[in-house]
Design a binder for this molecule. Sequence first.
Ligand SMILES: Cc1ncc(COP(=O)(O)O)c(C=O)c1O
Length: 375
Amino acid sequence: MKVKIHTLFQYLLDTTEAAPDCVLGLSLARSPRLGAFMDALDPDLSLDWNGQDFRGLPALRDHVLAQSRLEGVCARADVLITAGAAEANYLAIRQLVQPGDHMVIERPGWPQAAVLGQAIGARIDVVDRHEAEGWRLDPEALAAAVRPDTRLIFLTNPNNPTGRLMDADELAAVAGIARRVGAWLLVDEVYAGLEWEGVRAPSIAGIYERGITTGSVSKALGLQGLRTGWLICRDPGLVMDAVILRENSSEIMNIMGEVIAEIALRPERLGPAIQAARGEGRATLDRLDAFVRATPGLAWERPQAGLIGLAHLPDGIDGDALARRLLGEPWRTFVIPGSAYGMPRHIRLGVGGGPEVRLDDGLSRLADCLSRWPG
Ligand SMILES: Cc1ncc(COP(=O)(O)O)c(C=O)c1O
């Protein structure tokens, strides 16, 4: 079946031309400029690709293992460099799931797994995360959804869009549920690195032999445009299947993405970059949190990690109506409606992007728009 458009992407397409003054939904840290990497780039680097590794630059794969704290647990051969976490998810889902296979996904969650599962013709069961429970993933609900023939469980940690974090014990419990039936367990950790409560969660590839970790330099490092991410799995067959599928789509990685990501993940650069992103992220999240708490009718579970969260709207206000109205005059402010995640009474708020997104102006405009509702 054809891959169909999802509500989230439809909204992004519909609003591409809107040129808002303020953006309240950005999920990535302030993006570095190319100049920040010039000192480490080799002008003699060949832009040919021959002689490179189909799985990605070896040094980059080593950095990926180090930043995921998987050194000594996973090998370099377990890492495949991909065009973002999005491609990593795609390769894994597409190769693992066949028509009629059973998948379990979460709601709210990243839409990609459902979109691809539906196109493949999988049977999909959804586990709901509840706001009243702080958006935690209930292991009993997950266990009830998983069947003897479940092929793949797809989760995000930290969760997109709520920022809820699963800790080591919760991940071990989830791995136990998957292991009982031999299901593959893909945990997308693209938002890892900016934890506000607790520590960074361990990667599932180190916990479960059929665990697949996906991630990228897009979010905590703000390097989304490099299109460089990874898939990590201890099963050589899964990694090879991903290499084979990629060979039949984009074939190989883009060399500039790999080279710059390798520089960015060098320990002497990664540490300070994460520290800067954490400092800025925490300060802006504090401002956003104060705003949500001070705005009548608005409520949220402050994200435990990452730069985005899901805010509950006052009674009678629909997320789509609000987002579209806020984008127009006089507010010209962008937010993603919760309907993108199957949550029509919410909006996604985010603090990424640095000063260009004009967070404080955007929040004042949101407050103004809400105060005049239905206007
Ligand atoms: C949970 C999740 N996974 C994957 C992606 C895609 O990220 P990347 O830029 O690494 O492909 C996103 C982007 O927003 C995301 O939120």
